[in-house]
Design a binder for this molecule. Structure first.
Ligand SMILES: Nc1nc2c(ncn2[C@@H]2O[C@H](COP(=O)(O)OP(=O)(O)OP(=O)(O)O)[C@@H](O)[C@H]2O)c(=O)[nH]1
Ligand SMILES: [Mg+2]
Length: 314
């Protein structure tokens, strides 16, 4: 995993709200959020997204495009860039056609197996009102299962219920979440997945827009910190064993045989421990702050449980 080149794949059917989300999310995070800020090297993309984001806040949505949306962005903390990621969204058709018929589907399958994180966009309103949308859920679950089992580390997956502002009736939420039950199980199941669910609204009074991307980035930063700790433990044990073996006789014998001596190994591993400690120390503060920002952004964004109002027995 390369923290500066993370690959985030967005999945969602046509008109699920992927492009609106990207504009709302970018606009929200391009402003300073507790010391973090999203930046993109591509000035034109930044302008387009913030213009679209400004229109969204006035209730003007982008026209449905069915075009793939991409974004390369970096997350800054203070003046340093902590993470860099590449966001690619896949339109609906790629989810339902077969890899043999559609090159975009074949590419999606490939991208999913080497994705560092996945965000699934589900149109809450459509799920509650259109039974046809339920088949697409099954297809997405199959694709994700495949991606998850081929991943070396647990995969961050966010299930984003979009257009949450349109769904106010708890019974509609109950229907939508029932349709998504297989995905919710996958996301909540732990094991090979680090998942969460969030209700997102992109229009005036945006809600939950930072959660999908921050969840992915914060989880991946945590993975990297764990990986560094494992490497550090390994290097420290090499230092210990080389130190035990390093003595005058070993140096002489090694020199004579023309092999690396324990003293040389010791110097190498001591250097490695220093490097790893430095890297781990550099990540610690941003990782803690990012987790705190995520927690703040996540407040009140859990999708309603949709439990129908219970009749009161007297
Ligand atoms: N009320 C409401 N409508 C939304 C929201 N997000 C998207 N929409 C509506 O859904 C339509 C499609 O949204 P897009 O963001 O273009 O969806 P998409 O997933 O990018 O669609 P394709 O690119 O065609 O696959 C918009 O034109 C809006 O009408 C939201 O948060 N609230
Ligand atoms: Mg789009």
């Amino acid at each position: 995993m390369d923290l500066m080149n993370l690959r985030v794949v967005a999945l969602g059917h046509s008109s699920a709200g992927k492009s609106s989300y990207l504009a709302a999310m970018f606009t929200h995070l391009a402003a300073d959020r507790k010391g973090f800020r999203l930046v993109t090297p591509d000035r034109r993309t930044a302008e387009e997204l913030t213009t679209a984001g400004g229109r969204l806040r006035k209730g003007v949505y982008p026209p449905p495009s069915s075009r793939r949306t991409e974004l390369r962005a970096g997350l800054r903390y203070g003046r340093g860039e902590v993470l860099g990621f590449h966001w690619t969204d896949y339109r609906g058709g790629a989810l339902t056609s077969s890899a043999a018929d559609d090159p975009e589907t074949a590419q999606l399958l490939e991208r999913l197996t080497d994705a560092d994180a996945v965000v699934v966009f589900a149109d809450t309103h459509r799920l509650a009102t259109d039974p046809d949308s339920h088949d697409e859920v099954r297809r997405t679950v199959v694709l994700l299962h495949r991606a998850v089992t081929e991943q070396p580390t647990p995969l961050p997956i966010v299930l984003a219920y979009t257009k949450a502002d349109l769904v106010t009736d708890p019974a509609d939420w109950a229907r939508a979440r029932k349709a998504m039950a297989p995905l919710e199980e996958l996301v909540a199941g732990g094991g090979r997945v680090r998942g969460t669910t969030v209700a997102v609204s992109c229009g005036p009074g945006p809600r939950g827009v930072a959660v999908p991307v921050l969840w992915c980035l914060s989880t991946l930063l945590g993975h990297r910190a764990e990986e560094l700790q494992r490497r550090l433990d390994g290097a420290a044990s090499m230092v210990k064993s080389s130190r035990k073996e390093a003595n005058g006789v070993d140096s002489l014998v090694s020199w004579f045989k023309g092999v690396e001596s324990a003293a040389q190994r010791l110097r190498f591993w001591e250097g490695r421990v220093r490097e790893l400690k430095e890297e781990a120390a550099g990540l610690r503060r941003p990782a803690r702050k990012l987790a705190r920002l995520l927690e703040r952004e996540q407040g009140g964004t859990a999708p309603p449980t949709g439990a129908p109002a219970r009749a009161v027995n007297r």
